[in-house]
Ligand binder design. Structure first.
Ligand code: PEP
Ligand code: MN
Length: 337
């Protein structure tokens, strides 16, 4: 349920209303917009006497929310959520480039790539330390040592780091990571979602391989219900009947999500296509569709990458993507900062 309160209302009346809502055992999310204040009510709202609320002086309107996602719902929070990561903003009209290797392989590799992607225009560094591989015999990532190497790369370049968590047992290792990624395979690992929901840290939530937009938003809801509202959604392609690409990039999810949620949405064209030569056109398409950023895999030596070499760009190819995407941003009212 949402209660729209008149913007010029008396502060005391507003506090009384919020107090009254809380007394009914409900949670309340207060969103202050340009012309009104929206109170989003969470919990057993069918019990609330809607006519009583409607009759209050300061109340403009009351609506029940049909969708199962509440905190993530645009109706709860009409303004875009803006998430600041080390001075780089996600959401609203901001646009970011996250780039780096699929997995951290050595200090030399990750620091070298970090410097190269920064020079090319990246604003954040990505790199996997814990890797969710289909085969248990494939490289599983460097683990905790990989996280240390990412921090060295951050120190060398100033780029905030984005890396994937695969187990709630590792939460303590991620306290000093700038953005914690939940990978596609873990989008419905509800225990993990609840635990990262208790962190005070931006969470990059990738769409599951075969999940609907509503299921994806419900996973964001899991994180938000624990208190963490800083979620960046990342469309990374879904599995379809088409085998020529690794996944099928669902571009229409971007403008649709903008209607459904206030959370920032970015796109990963690397996992979405699985083919390095498709990364540039898919990046341009994603920016044109209104994405708030791109996450792109970049490797200094794709042919010898320990993971996902076929989809990795070399730094100079990444730079070309950045420059072309930058030309599109003014057309979609986005700024690269
Ligand atoms: C990744 O970003 O390294 C990754 C494993 O991606 P996804 O979870 O989208 O497959
Ligand atoms: Mn990868």
């Amino acid at each position: 349920m949402i209660i729209v309160v008149k913007k010029d209302c008396d502060k005391k009346q507003l506090d009384n209303l919020i107090g009254w809502v809380k007394k009914q055992g409900l949670g309340v999310d207060v969103s202050v917009g340009e012309s009104s204040i929206v109170l989003g009510l969470i919990g057993d709202t069918p019990r609330v006497d809607i006519d009583l609320v409607r009759s209050m002086d300061i109340v403009e309107s009351v609506k029940r929310i049909q969708e199962p996602y509440k905190s993530a719902n645009r109706k709860f929070h009409p303004e875009d959520t803006i998430i600041d990561v080390g001075g780089h903003k996600f959401g609203g009209n901001h646009f970011q480039f996250i780039a780096g290797p699929c997995s951290v392989e050595s200090e030399e590799q990750v620091v070298g790539i970090a410097k190269a992607v920064k020079a090319a225009g990246a604003t954040l560094l990505r790199g996997g330390a814990y890797k969710p591989r289909t085969s248990p015999y494939s490289f599983q990532g460097m683990g905790e040592r990989g996280l240390e190497l990412l921090k060295i790369a951050r120190q060398e370049t100033g780029l905030p780091i984005v890396t994937e968590i695969m187990s709630e047992r590792h939460i303590d290792q991620f306290r000093d990571i700038d953005v914690v990624q939940i990978g596609a395979r873990d989008m419905q690992n509800f225990q993990l979602l609840k635990e990262v929901g208790k962190m005070d840290k931006p969470i990059l939530l990738k769409r599951g391989l075969a999940n609907t937009i509503e299921e994806w938003l419900m996973s964001a809801e899991y994180i938000m219900s624990e208190g963490n509202k800083k979620i960046i959604l990342c469309e990374r392609g879904i599995r379809t009947f088409e085998p020529m690409t690794r996944n099928t990039l669902d571009l229409s999810a971007i403008p649709l999500l903008k209607e459904l949620t206030h959370l920032p949405v970015i796109v990963d064209p690397s996992h979405a296509s699985g083919i390095s030569r498709l990364v540039e056109p898919m990046s341009l398409a994603a920016a044109g569709a209104g994405a708030g950023g791109l996450m792109i895999e970049v490797h200094n030596d794709p042919a010898h990458a320990l993971c996902d070499g076929p989809q990795a760009l070399r730094p100079e190819q990444f730079e070309q993507v950045v420059n072309k995407v930058k030309n599109i941003l003014p057309l979609v009212d986005k700024v690269y900062d």
